[in-house]
Ligand binder design. Structure first.
Ligand code: PGA
Length: 252
């Protein structure tokens, strides 16, 4: 019922030349892929040329961050309108690296989510617990807070424009993946929270991606799970072969 969604987060990797090359290889490799949504999220300086490379293809474009003011003296930031002007349809918000390296908190992330929605950008709201939080049995309370505060004041008319990505921080870039069952359990929990905040129908439509060391070798086992609707992929999205294999996961 929920269309699978595979997203690549290029983080602060590649340059304009290698980024455009990768985008072109992905365009070539996805011509026959029809039943799933595909997104790539390059760093800001690459967006304009990558947008040209993917125009008219199956690949959609997103950004990795955005600021919540229309414009102004915010050195180093990029606005929603700027992202829209280079054909971005989505924006990753609240990624764990933004939360933990750049100290973004739930309130700031919520402002970004609301602003993105106001402009028509679709947010991918990232949530996930630290290793010590998991070990202390706090996974659910941390994730519940991040989801509820991140979606604060998002109306029922807009909630289905939001995608949630569950990315346990201890699994990002570490080679450690949550087991499919562990990830599915947290996804089911997120769906329950969203059902409580909105309705069961809204929560049934919500797409929840898993992120954290998704690779060609583990994607099939993750995607078979009922509550896992897609993947947010970092490292393995930087190589065309690996990312194409992930895009073409087999969920049977
Ligand atoms: P990873 O990153 O696939 O390299 O673990 C995922 C992410 O940070 O979105």
């Amino acid at each position: 019922m929920r269309k699978p969604f595979i997203a690549g987060n290029w983080k602060m990797f590649l340059d304009n030349t290698t980024g455009v090359e990768l985008a072109k290889a992905l365009v070539d490799g996805t011509k026959d892929v029809v039943d799933r949504d595909i997104l790539i999220c390059p760093a800001f300086p690459l967006l304009s040329d990558v947008a040209k490379a993917v125009k008219g293809s199956r690949i959609n474009l997103g950004a990795q961050n955005m600021y919540y003011e229309k414009e102004g003296a915010f050195t180093g930031e990029a606005s929603a309108d700027m992202l829209l002007s280079v054909s971005c349809g989505h924006v990753i918000l609240g990624h764990s690296e933004r939360r933990h390296v750049f100290n973004e908190n739930n309130e700031m992330i919520n402002k970004k989510v609301l602003f993105a929605l106001k402009t028509g950008l679709k947010p991918i709201l990232c949530v996930g617990e630290l290793l010590e939080e998991r070990e202390a049995g706090k996974t659910e309370s941390v994730v519940e807070k991040q989801v509820a505060l991140g979606l604060n004041e998002v109306g029922v008319d807009n909630i289905n424009n939001v995608i949630i990505a569950y990315e346990p921080v201890w699994a990002i870039g570490t080679g450690k993946t949550a087991t499919p069952d562990d990830a599915d359990a947290v996804h089911a929990f997120i769906r329950k929270i969203v059902a409580g905040l909105y309705s069961a129908a809204v929560s049934d439509r919500l797409r929840i991606l898993y992120g954290g060391s998704v690779k060609p070798g583990n994607v099939d086992g993750l995607m078979v799970k009922e509550n896992i609707d897609g993947a947010l992929v970092g490292g393995a999205s930087l190589k065309a072969d690996a990312f194409l294999r992930i895009i073409k996961f087999e969920s049977l």
